[in-house]
Design a protein around this ligand. Sequence first.
Ligand code: SAM
Length: 318
Amino acid sequence: MIDSLGRNINYMRVSITDRCNLRCLYCASGKFSMLGHDEIMRYEEIERIVAITSGLGIDTIRVTGGEPMARRGAMGFIEKLVKIPGIKKVSLTTNGTLLDEAQIKHLADIGLYSINISIDSLDAQINSRITGSDSFGGSYRALIWAVESGLRTKANCVLIKGLNEAQLLPMSQLAINYTVDVRFIELMPAEGAGGFEGVCASEILKQLEGAFPGLAPDSETRGSGPAEYYKSPGMKGSLGIISAKWSHSCQTCNRVRLTSEGFMQLCLFQTVGIDLRKLVRKGTSDEEISEAIAQAIFSKPRGIAPGGEVGMMSRIGG
Ligand code: SAM
């Protein structure tokens, strides 16, 4: 649907759980969200909201978390989402550690559009320092299985000074050897994220240009996100950069978020939106919910508020 600024909002990120099996330093190192069982949206409730929003023109869904695969029944839920009329693309963001080869193949078979696997380093020890557990093997295997299963695959990497900043080039090698889009995400100031310093987008680009002669913007569309992609001759995949405060792309922002407790958040950097759990649980009709969502989306904020900080990533889903 078109909002008051003429933006076409067709993309919803859905966090299905605030729980995660990892404790990434920049995401969940300090305060970690633990919503009560009743506070989390039930799958049927989310499916209903997705069906209602599809009637409003939301045709692209990303399932995220916490760690989405840590929630029991996630696979069956994804299978249902894919079949909701009007939904054209369902994608998944995961750390990959809870997926085996057969499950990834199954996701490809049921029509998952794409998979993003978060992996911050190709060095197992650095990875453990960041995630707080021995997660490298699980994430890396999932990445390779995803490529082999034919899924559109992206690797998400957040570069942190003093931790994994030197992983920029090793991670980039993945895009040379595999059909993977490796995306470097600027660290965002988020609740519970700890006092780390990220590597800024311009610095990332400078280093990539130095390392890959002929690196040039790649205009081929890859998904619905704010990443800017680059490619150099001979690369099977591409390299993407996601700027933390992509103010330049607020004008083209196409998304809303459904948090794990059912709050439709209209901007990552502002807690403005609508409590859909409350509406759903008090017996509101589909038509009324649709009207409420339409009004909320229409008034989606123009852009990031000054000094805006992201709330708890695990609830919002990144
Ligand atoms: N557990 C899943 C995963 O690891 O991909 C999904 C949830 S995670 C919150 C989604 C994405 O948000 C991940 O790619 C993660 O790296 C990113 N993320 C989390 N905290 C961040 C922060 N403070 N700044 C930038 N990206 C962040």
